[in-house]
Design a binder for this molecule. Structure first.
Ligand code: SF4
Ligand code: SF4
Ligand code: SF4
Length: 164
């Protein structure tokens, strides 16, 4: 059983944190290598390889994920394309985020019937109490992001995890 208090405490960035936290593509070993290697990567081949077009290059030149239109299928294409070993298929297929449902915004937490987030979740990580009160099971959710753009009330949110 995950100790939820300890788990979320670990996710809160420290006050000394100087650079912003970014949502990174999967298959990384060390979050710090994005800043070290990607800025000088001329090809940015991870972004071109992604069939879902969810990898975008931010202003400094490092890849970040954008779930506004789609999610990650963990197809490995970004890792295969990366020649600097920032992403490799040997690494766990993790995305550095924890997803949750904002109960104030969620219609199913406010007496309306809505299952929009449940259908795209192939991990079956969104658990309802009957017709209402959905929560995301953090032990099942793989942070793929497919539920994110499906919520009509923008109630799906995520917390970005900092480097270990
Ligand atoms: S291909 Fe690899 S090194 Fe280049 S931007 Fe993408 S993750 Fe970084
Ligand atoms: S695993 Fe596939 S879908 Fe996911 S970010 Fe990489 S290329 Fe895109
Ligand atoms: S981010 Fe989590 S809850 Fe949302 S679709 Fe993916 S696995 Fe399911």
């Amino acid at each position: 059983m995950v100790d939820r208090r300890a788990f979320f405490k670990k996710l809160i960035p420290s006050k000394e944190e100087s650079s912003p936290l970014y949502l990174r593509p999967p298959y990384f070993n060390d979050l710090n290598t994005f800043e070290k290697e990607c800025i000088n990567c001329e090809e940015k081949s991870c972004a071109f390889a992604c069939p879902e077009k969810i990898i975008v290059i931010e202003a400094k030149g490092t890849p970040i994920l954008n779930f506004n239109k789609s999610g990650c299928t963990f197809c490995q294409e970004c890792a295969i394309a990366c020649k600097k070993n920032v992403l490799t298929i040997e690494n766990e297929k993790a995305i550095n985020a924890v997803f949750l449902i904002n109960k104030d915004k969620c219609m199913a937490h406010n007496k309306s019937i809505c299952f929009s987030c449940k259908e795209p979740c192939i991990e079956d990580a969104i658990l309802f109490e009957g017709l209402f009160n959905p929560i995301i099971d953090i032990n099942r959710c793989n942070a793929c992001g497919f539920c994110y753009n499906r919520c009509p009330s923008n109630a799906i949110e995520f917390i970005i995890k900092e480097a270990e």
